[in-house]
Design a protein around this ligand. Structure first.
Ligand SMILES: C[S@@+](CC[C@H](N)C(=O)[O-])C[C@H]1O[C@@H](n2cnc3c(N)ncnc32)[C@H](O)[C@@H]1O
Length: 203
């Protein structure tokens, strides 16, 4: 019987597997942060599906970051985040429904958007309710149709929701939400690995 993604990752937080996951994502995330943080002064930042908070912890120490937050549905992940980072702001919420009380200049997310039934609604909500005018959404995912070696992950990890879409579908979701200046590329491509698909758009 497959488990809800939030419960699967709650177990990962309890067993310490969150740390290994963070290390595995670090190269892609650091490249994504380098892409999205360019000349901004005093920006606000939120990490969607922040896991144990490692990206938020990095951002709170960025000289131009005036506010950094993370949201995750797993209580165990948020407990881990708060225990390691006193300066970041953490919310334990389900991103399928949550509306933040403030809006952000940068919304970042790594390996999260395919764990919801309707990623197009999530992307639309972020555009409408989470972002400031000219704010940017940057998303990284390793689970997508063209990356064939990921196709067994849903069975391997026993996760109930994992939406396997082609790259063009993700780009289309950004377009139909209203994003402009959309870019996409792959990070860390190697043999039998199409890399992290990164899509970025501006409000
Ligand atoms: C693959 S992990 C990635 C964690 C983090 N971004 C990282 O790179 O280490 C996916 C995360 O998304 C969270 N998540 C999945 N579905 C969610 C939902 N509906 N609401 C909030 N968080 C969710 C999980 O709890 C988990 O921490």
């Amino acid at each position: 019987m497959k488990k809800d993604p939030i419960n699967v990752f709650g177990d990962w937080a309890l067993s310490g597997r969150d740390v290994r996951m963070a290390h595995g994502h670090a190269d892609s995330v650091n490249a994504m942060l380098g892409q999205v943080i360019t000349t901004q002064k005093e920006f606000s930042f939120i990490d969607v599906g922040c896991g144990n908070g490692w990206v938020v912890k990095e951002m709170v120490n960025h000289p131009e970051c005036k506010y950094a937050a993370g949201v995750d549905g797993s209580e165990h992940m948020i407990t881990r985040a708060k225990s390691k980072d006193e300066k970041g702001n953490y919310f334990c919420e389900d991103i399928r429904q949550w509306m933040p009380k403030m809006t952000f200049d940068i919304v970042h997310s790594m390996e999260v958007f395919y764990y919801v039934e309707y990623p197009d609604s999530l992307i639309q909500n972020i555009f409408d309710f989470w972002l400031n005018p000219r704010g940017k959404l940057i998303m990284g995912i390793d689970f997508y149709l063209e990356n064939k070696s990921c196709h067994t992950w849903q069975e391997d990890c026993g996760v109930s929701i994992m939406k396997l879409f082609p790259k063009d579908t993700w780009i289309e979701y950004f377009k139909s939400a209203g994003f402009k200046n959309i870019t996409s590329h792959h990070l860390g491509v190697k043999e039998n690995w199409e890399g992290t698909l990164v899509v970025m758009g501006e409000k």
